[in-house]
Design a protein around this ligand. Sequence first.
Ligand code: G3P
Ligand code: MG
Length: 249
Amino acid sequence: MKPWPYPRIVAHRGGGSLAPENTLAAIRLGQSLGFRAHEFDVKLARDGTAILMHDATLDRTAGCRGRAADMTLTELSQLDAGAWHSAEFKGERIPTFEAAARLLRSKDTMAHVEIKPTPGFDAVTGARVAELTAKYWEGAEVPPVFSSFSFEALAAARAAAPEIPRGWLIDSFNDADWERLAELDCVSLHTNWKTISAARIREIRDRGYQVMLYTVNDVAKARELLAAGASGVFTDNLREFAAAFPVDI
Ligand code: G3P
Ligand code: MG
C-alpha cells in the first residue's frame, strides 16, 4: 500500500457546520480547534480562477442567482458567503483556492482537495486545479489528496500532476469501481459511510486502497467505522470530534 500520512479525522468543507462552508473563516476555525486536515470543494470562475464552492449555483451559500462559472472573480468577490450561515460570519468572502492554500500551508495543515467541476467543465477544472496544486504545494512534505465524483476531472488532474495522489469519490461502491480505481491509479476510495459495509471496507483495504468516508458526525459511528478499517472520516461535527479524537485530528 502507498504511504498515507493523513490524519484520520478531517474537517469537512473547511470547518464543518461551525462556520460557513468553503471559506477561510471555516479553515481558520478548524485550525484553531487543532485540525490538521481539511476537505474543501474547488471549481472555476468564468475567468478560470479556482475558487472554493460546493454548489454549481450561488443561491444557497452566496445569496445570488446563477452559477459561479458565469461570473468573474471580481464579481464573485463582492458576494457575501457568510450571511447564510449566521450574523457572526456576515461579509465573509468566497475564497480563491490560492488564498486557501496559503492559509493551509501557513499552519502546516493538510488538504483533501475535492475537484467539483461545474457540469460541462470537468476536464478543464481537473487540469487547472492540478496545475495550481502542484504550484501552491511545491516543496511541501505532504501533498494534498485529490478526489472527485468526476472521472474526467480526475483523469485530467492525473495527466497534469501525476505525482499528486488521487481518490475516487462515489456515493456508493459497486464492482465497476475497481476499474475506475485502477484506471485513475488511485490511492484511495472515498464514499458515503451510509452505503458501505464493514466487509466492503476490508475488501477495499485488502486490495491496496485507503478508504475515506463522508460525512460522519457521530463519534460512536466514527469509532466503529475506523475499527472496521476505514482510513479516515470527514466530519462536520468539529468540536465533538476534536474532543473525542485529540490525537487523530
Ligand atoms: O469529499 C467528501 C465529501 O465532501 C463529498 O460530498 O457533497 O460534501 O462534497 P460533498
Ligand atoms: Mg466535498
